[in-house]
Design a protein around this ligand. Structure first.
Ligand SMILES: Cc1cc2nc3c(=O)[nH]c(=O)nc-3n(C[C@H](O)[C@H](O)[C@H](O)COP(=O)(O)OP(=O)(O)OC[C@H]3O[C@@H](n4cnc5c(N)ncnc54)[C@H](O)[C@@H]3O)c2cc1C
Length: 365
C-alpha cells in the first residue's frame, strides 16, 4: 500500500515511521528543505503527557477579554475579519464550562498516555538521542487564585490517573532548586514526575533519517497545492517543486492509496477545499533558545511559569523558553510592536526567574 504523508513535522514523520513499521510504501512531501523546520523547529521541548488541562475552562473567556489590549498577555486574541476565526472562537467558548473541561481532560489524558507509550517505543527501537530528560515537569504560580484553580484541575486529572500533585513553595524549590532566586514570588506549584522534556527538532530530523534508511521517499522543497477528489475518494495530490528564481511552477500529481495530511495548522484550509472541516485555527507562539552562562545553576526539571504561560526546558547546554499564544491568523511576522513585546518578554522573564543563568542577549537559531 502506498501512502503519501503531507508534512514533515513531528506528526508527519512519526506517522511515516509507524506506516513503515506496518509495511507501507511511504512518500513524505514538505515545502521545507528538511524535516521539522516549522512548528516542530523550536517548541518548548516538553513531553507534557500530563499537561492535559485544556485552555478552554470556565475562566478563559473573561481572561481573554481582559488580556485583549495587553501585548504580553498569555493568550492574545487579535480579532480579524475572518469567519474561520470567529467560528473557532465560538467552538472554544462552547467548551468553557466544567462539564466540557472534565470530558476534555479525560480524552487528553487517554491520548497523552497512548502518545507517551508510542514515543517510548520509538526511542527504544531507534536509540535516538534528543537531549531527553526524564526529570518531570513543574508548574509554578505567582498568585493564590491561580494556584487554587490549579488545585481543582489536579483533582480532575488525578481522577483519570494522572500523577500530578500540588506542591508547596518549599517542595517545589526542593524539586528544582534553580528557581530559588525567584522563590519568594512563587505561591506554590504542581509537579508531575512522569513527564519529560526533549528537543522535538532533533528527534524529528533523526527519525526522518531512519525513515529514509528504511526506504521512505522524501520530496522536500515541494509545495502541496491541492488534494484531488474522484467521487468520494481523495486519490492524489498536486505538488510543485519550489525553485528559487524559477519563472513557472512545475506541477506534478502524486497518486497514493492513502493520504495523511499532517501540515499543522495549514491542514485545515487544505482539507476544507475537499469538504473536510477541521476545527483548527492557527495559534502563534514565541520561542527563544539561550546559551547557558552557568550550567550548574540551570534547571533540569522542565517548568511552566503559569502566569505568563511560558515553558522553560534545558536542552544540553542551552535553555529553551517558549510559549504564549496569539490568535490572529496565519501570521509569522516578528517586526511589529506586538511581536517585539512578546519576544522581549521571553528574555526579560528568564532574567527575572533565573537571573544571570543564560546569555539572554544572544538567542540561538
Ligand atoms: C511556542 C510553542 C511552544 C510549544 N511547546 C510545546 C511543548 O513544549 N510540547 C508539545 O508537546 N508541544 C508544544 N508545542 C506544539 C507543538 O510544537 C506542535 O503541536 C507540533 O510541533 C506540531 O507538529 P506538526 O507536525 O503537526 O506541525 P509542523 O511541525 O508545523 O509540521 C507541518 C509541516 O507541514 C509542512 N507544510 C504545511 N503546509 C504545507 C504545504 N502546503 N505544502 C508543503 N508542506 C507544507 C510544513 O513545512 C511543516 O514542516 C508548542 C508550539 C509552539 C508554537
Amino acid at each position: 500500500m502506498k501512502t503519501i504523508v503531507l508534512g514533515a513535522g513531528i506528526i508527519g514523520i512519526s506517522t511515516a515511521w509507524h506506516l513503515l513499521e506496518r509495511g507501507h510504501e511511504v512518500v513524505v512531501v514538505d515545502r521545507q528543505p528538511d524535516a521539522a523546520l516549522e512548528t516542530s523547529f523550536a517548541n518548548a521541548a516538553q513531553i507534557s503527557v500530563s499537561y492535559c488541562e485544556p485552555w478552554a475552562n470556565r475562566a478563559a473567556p473573561w481572561k481573554a477579554l481582559k488580556w485583549m489590549f495587553d501585548k504580553e498577555a498569555p493568550l492574545l486574541l487579535r480579532p480579524q475579519l475572518d469567519w474561520e476565526q470567529w467560528r473557532w472562537c465560538l467552538k472554544f467558548l462552547a467548551q468553557c464550562n466544567d462539564t466540557a473541561f472534565e470530558r476534555n481532560v479525560q480524552q487528553i489524558v487517554a491520548l497523552g498516555a497512548y502518545s507517551h507509550a508510542a514515543l517510548k517505543d520509538v526511542v527504544r527501537a531507534t536509540g535516538i538521542q534528543y537531549h531527553r530528560l526524564e526529570c518531570g515537569i513543574a508548574h509554578f504560580y505567582s498568585d493564590q487564585k491561580s494556584l487554587d484553580e490549579a488545585g481543582h484541575a489536579v483533582e480532575v486529572m488525578r481522577k483519570f490517573g494522572v500523577q500530578r500533585r500540588l506542591v508547596s513553595r518549599a517542595e517545589l524549590l526542593q524539586i528544582e532548586p534553580a528557581f530559588s532566586a525567584y522563590g519568594e514570588r512563587i505561591t506554590g506549584g504542581t509537579y508531575t514526575s512522569t513527564d519529560e522534556s526533549g528537543d522535538a527538532r532533533l528527534f524529528t530530523q533523526q527519525l526522518a533519517r531512519r525513515c529514509a534508511e528504511r526506504g521512505a521517499q522524501f520530496l522536500y522543497g515541494h509545495d502541496v497545492l491541492r488534494l484531488n477528489k474522484t467521487g468520494n475518494t481523495i486519490d492524489s495530490v498536486a505538488v510543485s517543486a519550489i525553485q528559487s528564481g524559477a519563472t513557472g511552477q512545475k506541477h506534478s500529481i502524486l497518486k497514493g492509496d492513502a493520504i495523511v495530511v499532517a501540515c499543522g495548522s495549514y491542514s485545515a484550509p487544505l482539507l476544507r477545499s475537499v469538504g473536510v472541516d477541521l476545527p483548527i485555527y492557527p495559534g502563534k507562539g514565541y520561542s527563544a533558545t539561550f546559551p547557558l552562562l552557568r550550567p550548574e545553576a540551570a534547571p533540569l526539571v522542565s517548568a511552566i511559569d503559569d502566569g505568563k504561560k511560558l515553558a522553560m526546558s534545558r536542552l544540553g547546554d542551552v535553555l529553551r523558553v517558549a510559549g504564549t499564544i496569539e490568535l490572529g491568523g496565519f501570521d509569522l511576522s516578528l517586526d511589529n510592536p506586538v511581536a517585539k513585546a512578546r519576544c522581549h518578554l521571553l528574555s526579560r522573564r528568564i532574567e527575572e526567574v533565573l537571573p544571570g543563568v543564560c546569555d539572554t542577549r544572544t538567542p540561538e537559531q
